[in-house]
Write a protein that binds this ligand. Structure first.
Ligand code: VG1
Ligand code: CO
Length: 556
């Protein structure tokens, strides 16, 4: 098997974003485009003798890309590829395999929650040996290499049948096709009290029904193994659990807008516990009849209840503003990092962080180095099962747990407004206005009254978030513009790093109400709790004017 060198020219824009390189499928299908990026990964790492895990969310263009990786990887000296059957590995499952088999890294073929199919998105992400996404110094190096690439190397061998579990070869390299699900189920069983969850579900089969929606993403087979095979739930407990290359035409993002298939059935059938996951299985939404859990409450509650989860009984406890209150009360360390799971990796490796979350429906722990949708869903089941063990007479559901939490810790009303695919020009003007406000302090100490609620909000400061990694001291600047108000409320603006066209502006809004506010205030709708603040934020930034949008595309 001779190594061939194929001449090529650089493409613009091969810069990995928040979570890998994401572009339209048509962009990846251009001759040499995908090959260039893969070769640049191999040039950035030491591929000689390496073991790599390969898999993804099963989206359109994945099987072809696996073969491309085998061609280029074998020519660059990769010793062994561990590949998920049919190119399928959820992002958390891939992270687990990298760690479990001590691989040197992995290539994940996913654009996560972005739609799939020939006219939609594809993505390639490189993870390192701790199982987590490569840090910015690695992704910057890959990007630099894509700018000057002049050739890539390939070995031509017969394509590997990805549907056959077992050992085979590609050129000089070993290829191991593995069951995509098995090791992940073993992992979750080590973490949670499956026996307790199972008996709780069996004893409350009518009063506590479960529905998981895979949105035709990668989690389907994992959900079947966990909910049906392990926990003994009926077939009706899962839906849309066959992975499809175009996710059935849907947008596999678990939020109230895009996961309407779940929301509808939960409402119609009075399901007490519903959940959904995104395309690649790292996000989750917990949603029951009349009960919606925001991502920040979810991680705070998991941190608060960590002692009922066997994994956390083993060692030190958590950290990650709802979760801040839990950490403070428990005397634990907590950190605020920029957007993107890669920023948690160093802290976890150093043993200083074990529970973390993102506003974008991402929750996870140091059992792997990615956020983990099914982990969060099973964590909630474990917590509810444990909570009900102590209170056998009245069923504690999602809402009861939330209200109990607010009564102790207070509540951080939180919401995110996404303005998708706006003009880059408008987005830049918005950013420029905020930069100006930072430079001149022109917003500081100004007070703004909301017309609809009559509340006054006084601006304390406007700043740009810069993060210094506590472990390796690397600095990531310009990670979002923060408007802080005198009552502790804050609004953050940033540009998305995962979109594949135009610019997407995100506005994060947060307002804290202490436990003394009383149940009536604490149990309000998020939208109601945030109304005045959102009005003020939109007004002072002139967001609608700059973006030419009256409403956000999605509110989560
Ligand atoms: C978004 C989310 C971020 C998440 C990232 C990847 O990034 O806001 O919290 O880590 O997606 O998630 P951005 O840059 O568009 O805001 V996933 O599920 O795509 O791996
Ligand atoms: Co995802």
């Amino acid at each position: 098997h001779p190594v061939k060198e194929i001449p090529t020219k650089p493409f613009d824009g091969q810069k990995p974003g928040t979570s890998g390189l994401r572009k339209r499928v048509k962009v990846f299908q251009q001759p040499h485009y995908t090959e260039n990026f893969i070769q640049s990964i191999f040039d950035a790492i030491n591929a000689e003798g390496a073991t790599l895990v390969i898999g993804g969310d099963g989206r359109y263009f994945s099987p072809e890309t696996v073969q491309t990786i085998l061609q280029i990887g074998s020519a660059n000296g990769v010793k062994e590829f561990i590949v998920g059957k049919d190119a399928i590995l959820s992002t958390p499952a891939a992270s687990n395999l990298i760690r479990k088999y001590k691989a040197d890294g992995g290539i994940l073929l996913t654009a996560s929650h972005n739609p799939g199919g020939p006219d939609n998105d594809f993505g390639i992400k490189y993870n390192v040996s701790n199982g987590g996404p490569a840090s910015e110094n690695v992704t910057n190096k890959i990007h630099e290499l894509t700018k000057s690439i002049a050739r890539y190397k390939i070995i031509e061998d017969a394509p590997v049948d990805l549907s056959q579990i077992g050992q085979t070869t590609y050129g000089p390299s070993q290829v191991r096709i593995v069951d995509s699900v098995a090791d992940y189920v073993i992992l979750l069983k080590e973490i949670f009290d499956f026996a307790l969850i199972k008996s709780f579900l069996q004893n409350n089969a009518d009063s506590f029904r479960v529905l998981f929606d895979g949105l035709h993403g990668v989690t389907g087979p994992y959900a079947r193994a966990i909910f049906i095979e392990q926990l003994g739930l009926p077939e009706t407990a899962i839906q849309n659990c066959i992975p499809l290359p175009d996710f059935g035409g849907g947008h596999p993002d678990p939020n109230l807008t895009y996961a309407h298939s779940l929301v509808e059935v939960v409402e119609r059938n009075d399901i007490q516990f519903g959940a959904a996951s995104d395309g690649d299985g790292d996000r989750n939404m917990i949603y029951g009849k009349g009960a919606f859990v925001t991502p920040s409450d979810s991680v705070a509650i998991i941190a608060d209840w960590a002692q009922v989860i066997p994994y956390f009984k083993k060692g030190s406890m958590p950290t990650s503003k709802a979760i801040d209150h839990v950490a403070q009360k428990k005397g634990l360390e907590y950190f605020e990092v920029p957007t993107g799971w890669k920023f948690f990796g160093n802290l976890m490796d150093a043993g200083r962080l074990s529970i973390c979350g993102e506003e974008s429906f991402g929750t996870g722990s140091d059992h792997i180095r990615e956020k983990d949708g099914l982990w969060a869903v099973v964590a909630w089941l474990n917590i509810l099962a444990a909570a009900n063990e102590v209170s056998p007479n009245k069923l504690i559901g999602i809402n009861e747990l939330l209200q109990k939490h607010y009564a102790v810790y207070g509540r951080s009303f939180f919401s995110r407004y996404d303005y998708e695919e706006v003009s880059s020009e408008g987005a830049n003007k918005l950013v420029a206005r905020l930069d100006e406000a930072i430079k001149t302090s022109s917003f500081a100490n100004t007070t703004h009254r909301s017309k609809s609620t009559g509340q006054d909000y006084k601006v304390d400061s406007v700043s740009s978030f810069s993060y210094t990694d506590p472990i390796d001291k690397s600095v990531s600047a310009n990670q979002g513009q923060v408007v802080l108000f005198s009552d502790g409320s804050r609004v953050v603006f940033r540009l998305s790093g995962t979109g594949s066209a135009g610019a997407t502006v995100r506005m994060y809004v947060e307002r804290y109400v202490g436990p003394d506010a009383g149940e009536k205030v604490l149990s309000r709708d998020t939208a109601e709790g945030l109304k005045g603040l959102i009005e003020v934020a939109l007004e002072i930034t002139k967001l609608k004017e700059f973006l030419q949008r009256d409403k956000p595309t999605v509110i989560t």
